[in-house]
Design a protein around this ligand. Structure first.
Ligand code: CMP
Length: 838
């Protein structure tokens, strides 16, 4: 085969692929459907040219297509890692983790169900072994959701549904391929058939793969910052990652290479963004989109070119088999979607999905590039008998084609039939509202442009007026739903606000005033707020925004590390994150209040506008309270963060000024590059967040505590060394009644609540809590909970005793306090108003 001809054919394929894209859009079909059709035609043409007696002129070209120079193993090795890696790179991983339960169940159960259904249905009809039938089942078990997800997005299906389908497809690729490899092992004789063993092997290879992938990806992520500001190098490194992992796990680690690649993609996607700039990350994504586009399009064309050759030997029985595969696949998918999904929502593991959407999910079960890649890899497998190889490849390829041609072309009509493409009244009103907002924006900008360019009003006015009119018409359209209840309008307003929030967050990020970590956190919150508002209305909005301020498990864990093991760093990092996050929240909540006032209120009316305003203000108050609490705790740190914020803004403005001067030819390229370089360096130095030192303040806090006010500086230092500064969050349980006492807290700021069982007492700054158990040796006499954010100074039991020995005054005080509190708690005692610190 001559190289120029092969290269020429390759170029021809690329031209075909690109020209088919606009055609697919015009015809309203998924591009893969057209690619498969055209590929088949190319295949038929090539066979015809090769066999025809009329001419031999094209034989050299035809042979390239009939017998492509890429063998199956190469196809598998080249394409599979990229396809899988790219899919996991595009997922909204954080959100997918929220639904990991249903996704995992759906993915793994659905794949097993399909493999068994298809395998068992084929076995009595085909003349190959059961394992070969199961192998086919595994290959066609994995679905390709691109078409469904795109359609879900078009018709405004709940975002969560789309995420579940996407997550499911990624994991079902992994599960199907693991089963595929196991079965292949059995077929080629390297494994024996033993269900228990096979299951263990499945688990080992799945979990092992996940671990290997995650570890290697972490390593690669750590390398990224070395290539700072060199996006081309970063992309190159990322391209190597799936291949490194694939080879490593396939050849050396004996774990599932596919699972490893998927897990690497997820880890890279999770940690990558915080290591490189937003522009570089976007660039990386774009390049990956392009690579995956090439890979999947080529796979489609290459595989479909082979179809005619495979079909040559197609006999009537094969058509029957194909229908059996299709029917079994449909039934097993229906069982999972209609049987398992409702079960999951019954156990509150997932949202309940309407029957219409379930129907679309069922009909959208198209098979794609992964199935084709596996089918091709089997076609030339040396260790497989030719009958098995042809049987599997023929049916798998045929089935992909079948799903594309039948499901792919009928999905949109089905959606129309189900009425899913019609906007609901609420969506229609939302659309009107949205348009009105957008058009009002455009109008303002056009007006401004006209002023800037000094275009006469005579010319400008008619143009701006058309926008004004359209905005009014859109507002009227949403007013046409005036019979919408206030409650509905509040929801519409909140949805618009939630969407606006995402926009604002991204804006702040683009202006480079805040770190990527804070933004990632904020984007996740904004998404959650939008989702919950859509499903639960105002209560959902409030719930999501409150949840965003809550301390999560990782925070509690970091606190535990700091308190028990004296490891400060994790808590310091989390607090710093929280601080930055809250500062962004505050800016954005102010912007939202203003946005509501100027834009939303005019559309939804005063009454609803006021409700929205109240909701926003309540949220802002929560944010302010949280900031105040932290500011109280770390005044210097909050100052440093605010300074940084301002400096970054300064850099941005400076940069814009230079760029403007350069574009206006006020300064030359050399000077501009010089200035820009200096600025980048400075910005880089400022970018790192100031360190949060948790240890420093102990002595200050101690000096402020009334109990220690009179002690000498030297004595104070001694005590400070023994103390553990602790930060408690609202609602945190500090002590439990009946427990053994092992420490005492001096309250430096904030307040705690003591519940003895009969009384509830508040203690605040300057008070001591937890001393009774240490003085009397009895168990804790009450439950103690932090009321707000508190700074506490903790002292262990032994340090407490040493301190009392050295400081007789303090000992007398503690004894008195303890016995006062005891007598107050005695069953016959009347409660005293003040049992705080004297
Ligand atoms: P201890 O018993 O170690 O744990 C619970 C703590 O709650 C207790 O020490 C006191 O510090 C505090 N406490 C118990 N009863 C009272 C009370 N009546 N007034 C104030 N504080 C109390």
């Amino acid at each position: 085969m001559e190289t120029p001809i092969v290269v020429g054919c390759f170029a021809g394929l690329l031209i075909t692929i690109s020209l088919l894209q606009p055609l697919a859009r015009r015809l309203g079909l998924a591009p893969s459907v057209l690619l498969a059709m055209v590929g088949t035609l190319i295949g038929i043409g090539a066979i015809f040219l090769l066999n025809t007696k009329y001419t031999d002129a094209f034989n050299t070209i035809a042979i390239v297509f009939v017998d492509p120079p890429l063998d199956a193993e190469k196809i598998l090795y080249i394409f599979l890692p990229i396809l899988l890696f790219q899919t996991s790179l595009t997922l909204d991983v954080r959100r997918i983790f929220e639904d990991i339960g249903p996704i995992l169940v759906m993915a793994v159960v659905a794949v097993f169900a399909a493999t068994f259904f298809i395998g068992l249905a084929l076995y009595p009809l085909g003349n190959v072994s059961l394992v070969a039938c199961l192998l086919l089942g595994a290959i066609v078990a994995t679905t390709d959701p691109v078409a469904v997800v795109a359609i879900f997005r078009d018709i405004g299906a709940p975002a969560r549904l789309g995420r579940i389908v996407e997550g499911e497809s990624l994991l079902n690729d992994a599960a199907a391929i693991v089963i595929f490899i196991l079965l292949l092992g059995i077929l080629t004789g390297s494994h024996e058939l033993d269900l228990a063993k096979a299951l263990m092997a499945f688990l080992r290879s799945f979990i092992g793969g996940a671990i290997v992938g995650a570890l290697v990806a972490r390593l690669f992520v750590m390398l990224l910052p070395i290539m700072r500001d060199l996006p081309l190098a970063q992309v190159t490194l990322s391209l190597a990652l799936p291949y490194v992992i694939y080879v490593l796990s396939d050849q050396f680690a004996d774990v599932s290479a596919v699972v490893a690649v998927v897990s690497a993609g997820i880890v890279f996607n999770l940690y990558g963004p915080s290591r490189i700039t937003l522009e570089d990350w976007d660039f990386l994504h774009h390049v990956w989109d392009q690579i995956a586009f090439w890979a999947s399009s080529l796979i489609f064309v290459l595989a479909s070119i082979l179809i005619p050759r495979l079909v040559e030997g197609f006999q009537p029985i094969d058509i029957l088999l194909l229908f059996v595969v299709a029917a079994a696949a449909l039934v097993s998918r229906a069982l999972v979607i209609f049987g398992l999904l409702p079960l999951l929502s019954l156990f509150r593991m997932g949202e309940s999905v309407s029957t219409k959407f379930k129907t679309v999910m069922l009909w959208g079960g198209m098979r794609g590039a992964v199935t084709l890649t596996l089918a091709l890899s089997v076609s030339e497998h040396q260790a497989l008998s030719p009958e098995v190889a042809t049987f599997v490849t023929k049916l798998a390829t045929g089935f992909v084609l079948f799903t594309l041609l039948v499901y792919g072309t009928s999905l949109k009509p089905l959606i129309r039939l189900l009425g899913l493409n019609r906007l609901s009244a609420r969506d229609e009103a939302l659309r009107g509202q949205f348009l009105a907002l957008a058009l009002a924006d455009v109008r303002q900008e056009v007006e401004q442009t006209a002023q800037d360019y000094q275009i006469e009003p005579r010319i400008a006015d008619p143009v701006t007026e058309t926008y004004a009119e359209r905005a009014r018409a859109a507002a009227d359209a949403s007013q046409a739903f005036a019979d919408l209840k206030d409650k509905e309008r509040v929801i519409l307003g909140l949805i618009a606000l939630a969407d606006r929030e995402r926009y604002l967050v991204l804006n702040h990020f683009n202006e480079k005033t805040v770190s990527r970590r804070a933004i990632a956190l904020h984007l996740a919150t904004a998404g959650q707020i939008a989702d919950l508002t859509r499903s639960e209305g105002r209560a959902g909005y409030n719930k999501a925004s409150r949840q965003a301020l809550r301390f999560r498990f990782n925070f509690r864990f970091a606190q535990w590390l700091q308190r028990r093991l004296k490891i400060h760093r994790p808590l310091a990092i989390l607090l710093a994150d929280r601080f930055e996050y809250l500062l962004v929240c505050r800016i954005i909540s102010n912007e939202l209040v203003a946005f509501n006032h100027t834009r939303i209120r005019p559309l939804v009316g005063d009454r609803v506008g006021t409700i929205l305003n109240d909701t926003l203000c309540a949220r802002r108050d929560d944010i302010l309270r949280a900031i105040d609490a932290l500011r109280l705790q770390y005044p210097d740190y909050s100052d440093a963060l605010e300074t940084k914020f301002l400096r970054m803004t300064g850099f941005r403005l400076e940069d814009t000024a230079y760029a403007m001067a350069h574009s206006q030819a006020l300064i030359g390229a050399e000077l501009y590059n010089d200035l820009h370089g200096d600025l980048m360096r400075l910005r880089h130095e400022t970018r790192d967040r100031p360190d949060l030192d948790l240890g420093l303040q102990t002595k200050d806090l101690l000096a402020k505590h009334s109990l220690f006010a009179d002690l000498s500086a030297e004595h104070l230092s001694d005590i400070a060394r023994m103390m553990r500064p602790t930060f408690a969050t609202p609602g945190e349980k500090l002590m439990r009644k009946g427990e053994k006492g092992d420490l005492v807290y001096f309250i430096a700021s904030g307040a705690v609540e003591v519940r003895t069982g009969t009384d509830t007492i508040r203690l605040g700054r300057g008070d001591v809590v937890g001393e009774m158990a240490l003085v009397t040796g009895k168990p804790r006499s009450a439950d103690v909970t932090a009321l707000g954010y508190c700074q506490l100074l903790g002292l262990s039991a032994s340090a407490f005793r040493t301190l009392l020995q050295k400081t007789p005054d303090l000992k007398a005080h503690m004894d008195r306090l303890s016995s006062e509190r005891q007598s107050m708690n005695a069953p016959d005692a009347s409660p005293k108003p003040d049992a705080g610190n004297a």
